[in-house]
Write a protein that binds this ligand. Sequence first.
Ligand code: NAD
Length: 366
Amino acid sequence: MKAMNKKIAVIRGDGIGPEIINQTLNILDKIAEKYGHVFSYSDVDMGGIAIDRWGEPLPDKMLDICKESDSVLLGAVGGEKWNSVPGHLRPEKGLLKLRAGMGAYSNNRPAKIWPQLASASPLRKEIVDKGIDFIIVRELIGGVYFGEHRSETVNGTRYASDLMIYSEKEIERICRIGFETARKRRKTLCSVEKSNVLDSSRLWKKVVHEIASDYPDVMLSDMLVDNCAMQIVKDPSQFDVIVTENMFGDILSDEASMITGSIGMIPSSSLGDGTKGVYEPIHGSAPDIAGRDLANPIGTILSAAMMLKYSFGMIDEADSIENAVSDYLDAGYRTADIMPRTDEERKNCIFVGCSECGKLIADLIK
Ligand code: NAD
């Protein structure tokens, strides 16, 4: 591939965000050096840090930097310090504004177990041995997170409501991504909703079946979200691609991350109709370990690999990063979150912190 210039908006955010992003940028620099690309980074304040500096979680001028870039790399936002600010100013509102502003309606979260980490899964060995390799395609800019939020007091009693609303167009475009994703994999799509209770889910189910005839090569099934939560721990090998709405996808993807070993390992991409995307690990700002060099940066590093592959078309470069992560795990290096549970297994592992982990992976890029 010929050398390219790419502009990347970098959001370090709060908590462990700066630590994991710094390691990831070192790795991107290594890739740039090896393949002759130029990556230029623009810092963007979002989350708590933006509230402190600018009085709001994502000022328009910061969003503009993201829109003008070729893609966005994001650490994580949020923390105790900003938990008491009014709802519309919460750090997470910055995230929602970013996703909506970038038109990134499709969130892609792989749940794949690294063979080296099989013993870190909380599931029984016989379940893990059947294989865990599926993708959750989550609708990202609609549903209850974006519907009207109301709080009021009537006759001395406090009420609050959040509106879950979807149009057929919003459902159709994300379900098409689900079908297309399944087409590139094992051609099995599971649509997850709550159609026994919710009207928005009944519309979801109708629409996904209406468009299914355009994808005769993909086998479509339906599953209620509560059953899906159960099946993910009972027999995750049954899933190939899951497509679901925003909140269900948020919850199920955290569950899926845990069965693969650690939330710190899972990357994600969020894309709209073009090639620009937002790339971030699926975890939050982990305030409990922030500033202690304990975070696992691999979810962010693998998010950068996804950015190279899906937004920049740099397949070899992305593979280089993934191979380096695999070599790092093969060598037995482990951050605290993926340390095996038994003393016996731990004997073959070397404990490392966040910065050491990033340095080792950068050194392993061949
Ligand atoms: P969290 O994902 O931050 O942490 C959950 C647990 O996982 C913690 O024990 C944490 O130490 C651990 N963990 C997370 N990432 C890790 C990593 N890379 N390496 C090692 N361990 C890791 O979720 P939470 O505690 O519910 O939320 C903390 C803050 O993050 C809150 O303010 C929340 O709103 C915010 N949040 C932000 C995002 C985002 O920025 N995309 C997503 C979720 C939560």
